[in-house]
Design a protein around this ligand. Structure first.
Ligand code: SF4
Length: 226
């Protein structure tokens, strides 16, 4: 663990926390709702995904056994707000099938599986990529896995801690190799990154109101210096 990188990552988190407060993720009532939310929010805003979850709940379908056996057309009809609904309906049914068949539809049984083994198994489910699987591992199973998204890459490359073209794994290693495997920290750190990336560090960044524009008297981002 490189002490200076660790300190820098912690200082950035502290500045985000001071500005935004704890983000209280994931916004879900149950671990299974978190899992389905992680699939529904692929390539769409959380607002869209949340509406699709409400539709499933109102229809009494937010249940792994029901979704595993459901007609995908019916599921697709309920999740229209999440876009790509036909594809996502199939992903939800396939994931629910695995969740029921291999873990009994029980989050504790799933969370008891060793992290690397579980990650590999979930990555082998059709349509589940690294961001979705890591969200399930962190937010539903409480595993110390850092979730990476486009905001993470953008912010930390602008900040100079990652190259401009960076992979998912390289970005993830920046955090996992320099921070203690702390579920609470990983949970809120990713949530803070989403808050910063969606509201301030946009394609055209609003550096003047960025809480990490200046950390310890130093301006790191080129965009903030111009
Ligand atoms: S200072 Fe600007 S470029 Fe740097 S993280 Fe903040 S908004 Fe993004």
């Amino acid at each position: 663990m490189a002490a200076c990188l660790t300190d820098e990552l912690i200082r950035i988190y502290d500045a985000l926390f001071a500005a935004f407060g704890h983000q209280r993720w994931w916004p879900a009532e149950t671990p299974f709702e978190t899992m389905i939310g992680a699939i529904l929010t692929q390539n769409v805003s959380w607002t869209n995904a949340a509406q699709a979850i409400r539709n499933l709940e109102d229809a009494g379908m937010l249940d792994p056994h029901l979704l595993a056996a459901a007609d995908t057309t019916e599921v697709a009809r309920l999740i229209v707000p999440s876009r790509f609904y036909n594809l996502k309906a199939e992903r939800i049914r396939e994931f629910s099938g695995v969740y029921v068949a291999e873990f009994g539809g029980d989050p504790a049984t799933m969370a008891a599986v060793e992290t690397g083994t579980l990650r590999e198994r979930l990555l082998s489910v059709r349509g589940l990529g690294k961001e979705t699987v890591d969200s399930i591992l962190l937010y539903a199973c409480e595993k110390p896995v850092f979730v990476v998204d486009a905001y993470t890459r953008r912010i930390f490359s602008r900040y100079g801690l990652l190259p401009e073209e960076t992979s998912y794994d390289q970005t993830q290693r920046l955090f996992t190799e320099n921070l203690s495997p702390d579920v609470g920290l990983f949970n809120d750190y990713h949530a803070q990154i989403v808050r910063l990336g969606s509201a301030i560090c946009k394609k055209s960044p609003l550096c003047d109101c960025c809480p990490i524009r200046e950390v310890d008297g130093e301006i790191r981002c080129a965009a903030a210096r111009s």
